[in-house]
Design a protein around this ligand. Structure first.
Ligand code: PEP
Length: 258
């Protein structure tokens, strides 16, 4: 991380876990032990039905609530979908876009791009995910694959909006598997993402963008991962469901900047 130039962001991704009642319970416990320091931004991305309970519970705090998906269209005949302005009106600040679990359901880079643009349009912070499969890593094409996802995902994002985008590098083989990328592996890819952003935008903006690592980050490995110069935070699945673990990861982000 490098707090001189960019924000550190610790974001939870609850996936399809917790009901609205359980959300209320979690927030009560989390609020009681939440660190007071302001060394990082904190986000909790929750299932759509939990957003009202999460927003209500966190109203007086600095925790930003987020969604886990958004529809790229502004409104219309898209049964079951949720538009970006609806998320804003519900109190969301963040939205995860292009998580590998959604890509596995058929979401393409073009979909990701349209969603990123829709989020930015209404002032939501998109947490745009990218990541390689184990096969791609073993074939030695990680950097090319990630570069392609970043370029396609950011198409049409203007120079003045790029700083609002948060990028999450999440190797698919590390998500929910207990297998974490080593700090060196994660840093190598996060650095390469910044290089791609630098080629597309100004150096100043590439230096200012927050790049997170996600993939079995937990209270034990967070400090070492977050100590890497180009890892500006974490996108955390399993460990964000337990208040004590999530708090310990936030605490791990309290380290001297490089
Ligand atoms: C995720 O869902 O984005 C994730 C990284 O999950 P986990 O931390 O459980 O691997």
């Amino acid at each position: 991380m490098n707090r001189k130039y960019r924000k550190t962001v610790i974001a939870g991704n609850w996936k399809m876990n917790k009901t609205p009642s359980e959300t209320k319970e979690f927030m009560t416990q989390f609020k009681a032990i939440m660190p007071k320091g302001r060394w990082c931004d904190i986000a909790l991305c929750v299932p759509a039905v939990c957003i009202p309970a999460a927003v209500r519970a966190m109203r007086e705090t600095r925790v930003g609530i987020g969604a886990e998906n958004v529809n790229a269209n502004a409104s219309g005949a898209y049964t079951g979908e949720i538009a970006a302005n609806m998320l804003v009106d519900a109190g969301c600040k963040y939205v995860i876009i292009g998580h590998s679990e959604r890509r596995a359901m058929g979401e393409t880079d073009a979909d990701v791009n349209a969603k990123v643009l829709a989020a930015l349009e209404v002032g939501l912070v998109p947490i745009m995910c990218c990541g390689e499969t184990l096969e791609q890593r073993e074939a030695g094409i990680t950097a090319e694959h990630i570069a392609m996802q970043i370029k396609l995902g950011l198409q049409g994002v203007s120079e003045d909006k790029i700083r609002k985008v948060v990028i999450a590098y999440e190797p698919i083989w590390a998500i929910g598997t207990g297998k974490t990328a080593t700090p060196e592996q994660a840093e190598e890819v996060c650095e390469s993402i910044r290089t791609v952003v630098r080629k597309l935008y100004s150096s100043k903006n590439a230096r200012a963008i927050s790049i997170l690592y996600g993939g079995s980050m937990n209270e034990k490995n967070a400090y070492e991962l977050l100590a890497q110069p180009d890892i500006d935070g974490g996108l955390i699945g399993g460990a964000s469901l337990v208040p004590e673990k999530f708090v310990q990861i936030i605490e791990a982000a309290n380290q001297p900047t490089v």
